[in-house]
Design a binder for this molecule. Sequence first.
Ligand code: AMP
Ligand code: MG
Length: 405
Amino acid sequence: MLSVEEALDQILSRIRPLGTELVELTAALGRVLAEPVVSRRELPPWPNSSMDGYAIRADDTRAGGAELVVVGRIIAGSMPARALRSGEAMRIFTGAPLPDGADAVVPQEDVTGDDARVTIPERVEAGAFVRRAGEDVRAGDVVVEAGQTISAAEVGLLAALGDARVRVYRRPRVAVLSTGNELAELGTEPEPGQIPNTNTYALMAQAVEAGALPVSLGVAPDRLEAIVERIRWAASADMLVSSAGVSVGELDLVREALVRCGAELHLWKVAMRPGKPITFGSLADRPVFGLPGNPVSAMVTFELFVRPALRKMAGWSAVDRPRIWARVLEPIRNPGGRRGYLRVTLARDGREYGARLTGDQGSGILRSMVRADGLAVVAPDTIVPVGERVEVILLRALEPRAPGR
Ligand code: AMP
Ligand code: MG
């Protein structure tokens, strides 16, 4: 059996980033930059005032203040009529360009005077209340690296640089297939012996969280030809993710169906709990995953293997979820020879986080996922005692929450 790290290495070594596309800046939030953003401009483009006040020559105040003649008025959005000479001041407003010859601004609340003359009460340093040209960004600066997510701040900066469109990686299209005679489609009443199809919806939601575009291939019954047919529908997708039917039972037909479609299978069993039977292969150069059927196993294996693969396809330089160390609040047991990925809630306790199991860790217990802030990584045959620290893969942004929830 492979370790999780070996399996992930094998998977990622076969994944390449997809192509790129140009999108409007207004649609770029959350996308991944495909090329570095190099500024063609200076920001600010010219020296300007950071206050409402008077543009002056600092040197005029060398003697400990000055009385200056007001020779002009510069509002934001206009240019100074002429350069400033010694003995002169110009009324200036926040964001307005400094006139040539001026090198400082005195805030209006620090001066006395009228429309014609102002008295500066003390010496002013050159550069006071002036935003220098290029102090934020210089032409030629790399302001955002390729592989970074475009968040609100990047959108603002790109707008400041005048970039109406931005080159991003294409989002992977993921076809999601569920298999099993027992599955009733959402919106239909389960027949006797049927259960609601859970995985299609959970996995599609995880795909969206990972930045991908999921499409559902519905449910295939446990018949080889039916599964083969659905797999063929996935031909236009960048990746296929199916769940269930990958174990050793006689109705576990997903692997056979993949091979029938021409897939090459690279791995099957990974030493982890929940999980273990997970198939990864290539079908016409595109990755295919066969995840286990139990809803928790499907979600956890998606987190550990499919999400990093999608992130790599989508161009992200960071493909992993962040991890933290948390103090164990109740003993965490992981019996058996496989590494555990156990669902925990995290609560802030002073300077650190405390981790507590979400309850029953059975691979069919969806509520253990609902309450999970993260997955505690626990070695085989281990009991982590109270007070010891455990590594936790964060599944969501941590919200402040009362300790001991
Ligand atoms: P299998 O791997 O096909 O043996 O499935 C393992 C378990 O997961 C069985 O109890 C299935 O009923 C359940 N299961 C498989 N697929 C789904 C699904 N899409 N939604 C909910 N449960 C599922
Ligand atoms: Mg089944």
